[in-house]
Design a binder for this molecule. Structure first.
Ligand code: PLP
Length: 459
């Protein structure tokens, strides 16, 4: 049978320009803060998380500066769950940041690092009685989330025979949908006001602060203006009707990093509003409304991802390549979603660490797991790297080293490059002994010198 004529097609090989679908062809990055990536993986293995101390400190100083130049009393509190590696937390504490924790585990970690109790903010929907007691005895700032916590705080005031200061987590309509209404008490439906009436009626619990974390990766500075406005007007109502003096307004975190959401068209580094924009609206609004308070409140921020994301890199090595059945190319990396929880939300930058072909193809990047959904990127304009070549995945400093999972693979080492370009291991690569440390085998399942069926069959 005669085959049908097909018009020839010319396919464009993308080259030369950075575009929204990937790196500029031919572009690569072979070092981080002056340290060669190849030297890092030679010494610490691949995959490898790498943090830049310089970037963390620069980002912190710039961000706190943006706020402190515009409002007199600003306090940052490091969101532990964003990245609670000891060395990382210590950098933030050295810079003056308090600790913001959302569990007893995180609370213990902060205490262990030497953070004074009164500089720990205790948030979250689950604070067991003993954990609350631990925090109350250390004079931490506790933001209650639900009625049970208010009852427990009252019980604690009786048990410890002293009044207790606390804050209340509030949720509200800031124009961001779906609104996070599961944390704290709703402002619009009066749940917050009635909770405060209850607190006030105990006579032993003193409300000192309002806390509100509207969500995460918020791309609308306006939402914070609304939040501050609503919290200020609410504080005025509390002052006028109950004589309560609000001393701090804690507006949580939620500012975006420069990452690009899967739903974003242009790169996040180009379109996500910078911290300045958020600082501007928040400080302006609070300054304009200080008459809602007995005296100007302290402004607390619990910024997480915006402070740490850019400082973190994941180095990964290509371990295989194959054409899929539809002919499309793919690469297998030694780091997958076990180490990159945030690939669920982001199109990270993925940058080769060596010179490579100028010709880019739409390539799928798979991880190392024996699990079909282990896809680092479904499609990216990328050069056909060979096994052994490496890539840098960036920014990955937020949430990945707390949400990583030990599934199939050991978790890799984490290193910190200090400001003098010296490399420090801040978490060792896991090994079999570490992973099995908490396991035990009941007596009747132990080998005890007897050959098991498995060994017998082998001899
Ligand atoms: C997670 C969290 C933060 C940090 O959020 P980012 O979006 O990373 O800035 C701050 N406050 C609370 C209560 C949180 O749960």
């Amino acid at each position: 049978m005669k085959r049908e004529y097909q018009k020839p097609r010319i396919l464009v090989h993308t080259e030369g320009f950075m575009n929204k679908f990937g790196p500029a062809s031919g572009s690569y990055k072979d070092s981080i803060d002056g340290v060669k990536v190849s030297a890092l993986t030679r010494d610490f293995g691949s995959p490898l998380f790498v943090f830049s101390e310089k970037t963390i400190r620069e980002k912190y100083r710039k961000t706190i500066g943006e706020f402190s130049h515009k409002y007199p009393q600003v306090q940052f509190s490091w969101s532990y769950k964003t990245n609670y590696l000891d060395a990382i937390c210590q950098i933030f504490h050295q810079e003056g940041s308090w600790a913001e924790v959302v569990s007893h585990f995180e609370y213990e970690k902060a205490i262990r690092l030497g953070v004074p109790g009164e500089k720990i903010i205790f948030n979250g929907p689950y604070k067991p009685y003993e954990a609350l007691k631990f925090a109350v005895q250390r004079k931490s700032k506790i933001n209650v989330d639900n009625m049970e916590e208010i009852f427990n705080m009252e019980k604690l005031a009786n048990e410890l025979q002293k009044p207790i200061d606390l804050g209340l987590r509030v949720n509200l309509d800031a124009g961001i949908y779906p609104a996070w209404t599961r944390f704290g008490f709703n402002l619009e439906n009066q749940a917050a006001f009635s909770a405060i009436t209850k607190i006030h009626s105990t006579g032993k619990l003193k409300l000192k602060g309002l806390h509100c974390h509207i969500g995460t990766f918020i791309l609308e500075p306006k939402a914070y203006k609304t939040t501050v406005q609503k919290l200020a007007l609410f504080s005025k109502k509390l002052k006028d009707e109950l004589g309560i003096k609000i001393e701090y307004i804690d507006i949580g975190g939620g500012f975006p990093s420069s990452n690009t959401l899967h739903t974003q068209y242009l790169p996040g580094s180009q379109v996500n509003p910078p911290i300045e924009k958020f600082a501007e609206v928040i400080c302006e609004e609070l300054l304009a409304r200080t008459d809602c308070f007995a005296s100007p409140p302290q402004l607390i921020l619990e910024t997480g991802r915006a402070l740490i994301d850019e400082a973190g890199y994941l180095v990964s090595t290509v371990v295989g390549s194959k054409r899929l059945t539809d002919g499309s190319p793919s690469l297998i990396l030694d780091a997958g979603i076990n180490l990159l929880f945030t690939s669920t939300w982001y199109k990270h930058n993925i940058i080769p660490t060596q010179p490579h072909s100028e010709f880019l193809e739409n390539i799928t990047l798979f991880g190392p797991l024996c699990m079909n959904i282990d896809i680092v990127r479904p499609s990216i304009q990328f050069p056909a790297l060979s096994p052994g070549q490496q890539v840098l995945i960036h920014p990955v400093g937020a949430y990945n080293v707390t949400q990583w999972m030990q599934f199939i693979q050991y978790r890799p080492a984490v290193v910190l490059i200090d400001e003098n370009e010296k490399v420090h291991q801040i978490r060792a690569k896991e090994d079999l002994e570490y992973i099995t440390m908490l396991e035990s085998v009941p007596g009747h399942l132990q080998n005890k010198g007897k050959k098991s069926a498995l060994n017998k069959s082998m001899t």
